[in-house]
Design a protein around this ligand. Sequence first.
Ligand code: ADP
Ligand code: MG
Length: 433
Amino acid sequence: MHAPFTLFPTTIPESNLQQATKSIVYFSRLMHHVAMDHQLLQESFKHIIDVDEFTKKLWNIYMAVRNGERVQPVWFGLFRNDFLLDEDQDTSKLQLKQVELNTIATGFGGVGSKLADFYRYILGLTGVKYTYNQIPDSQSTYGFASGFVNAWGMYGNPEAVILFIVSHNERNIMDQRLLEYEIYKQNKNIKIIRNTFEELVKVGKLTEDRKYFIDKEEVGVVYYRVGYAPTDYTDKIWTIRLELEKAWCIKCPPIQYQLVGAKKIQQVLAKPGILDKYISDISIKQLIQSTFAGQYSLDMGEEGDKALNMAVNNPDQFVLKPQREGGGNNLYGEEMKEFLLSIATSSERSAYVLMDRIYSKPRLNYIVKTGVPFIKLNCVSELGIFGCFIGAKDRELYNISCGHIWRTKLADTDEGGVSAGFGGLDFPFFNIP
Ligand code: ADP
Ligand code: MG
């Protein structure tokens, strides 16, 4: 089954793409600083872990590693910052509004790089006139792979392997394989092993000197392509996750990076004054801040009550988000309203954040997907910007912006995840007048 895609690329003003591309290195740096800030993490998660079992389990691993022996000082993240384009009421200019920043199992860094040529080919078939540069190349496969090659080098054992932890019956395997082949292209000495968590229960081993082995092979870098959903785990797999986090291998991402990808952190960072702690440059701060949509805590208390009432009275203006990844978890409209009313007096509500709903202007396109009628329909697109970051405690070792993608869904569906089955891959097109 092919990955779903739109028949045509989707236009974007060049300035919006440039701004988003420029901002990712600052966003990645910010994520790293936040991940180092124990106080902020504790303050942000303290109510959630009382009511959300999954986040609590992640938190417990974080604390176990934090309180344990010296940990691996190199942190590796492959990020994708997602935006919707919001139209300014007065100027009708398009503005980037951040949907979320993905920090674990970020998808489409592999296939995303293929899309520029793919759409050039399709436009060629239609006979549409365009110039080569109207479809801006994306180097996400190259950039992501360069992160692995660098991280592997930093581990320091030329015999060590890179471990991809994947799901059973992986549907998005082509995305991962492209990354694997690009790593090989960049360094022929690196061996990559693919295993599921279930397989690691049998073949993985943490030694006393905290090296992680698969049979006789020492693991230098671990790449999680699973591990963000509660259904990825059993008790035994939670033990494996803890062992990997304790192990000396470099993690992509380490547990703190996964935690800072939580919607809660996004809401906390949008609070007035918080960015000041991490960013001194005013123009960088403004660049980041300008992409924030309204975010509201639902913690028990006056402020949370106010947010809850606001959403109940205007359900179409907000999205309710739990601390989950992977699509299909948010609530909208009447369903959100009913749910909010049902948890209004329960501390359970602090596991969620409320966000202003962004309405992007729909555009006509076809989504090409197995089993779905091939008809022209109104679609909405979400921009993804890829970034690769390697950091140590107080040092940045590698930080690049490495490409872009659109993901497009039908305008009348709420969610946009391609892997979760809601939309298709798409790619930017500059509409040069
Ligand atoms: P997930 O981690 O499940 O991908 P997201 O925050 O990306 O969570 O939300 C999933 C989808 O819901 C997005 O791809 C987008 O289509 C839609 N969505 C999320 N936030 C908003 C918002 N503020 N306004 C409009 N749509 C949103
Ligand atoms: Mg998302």
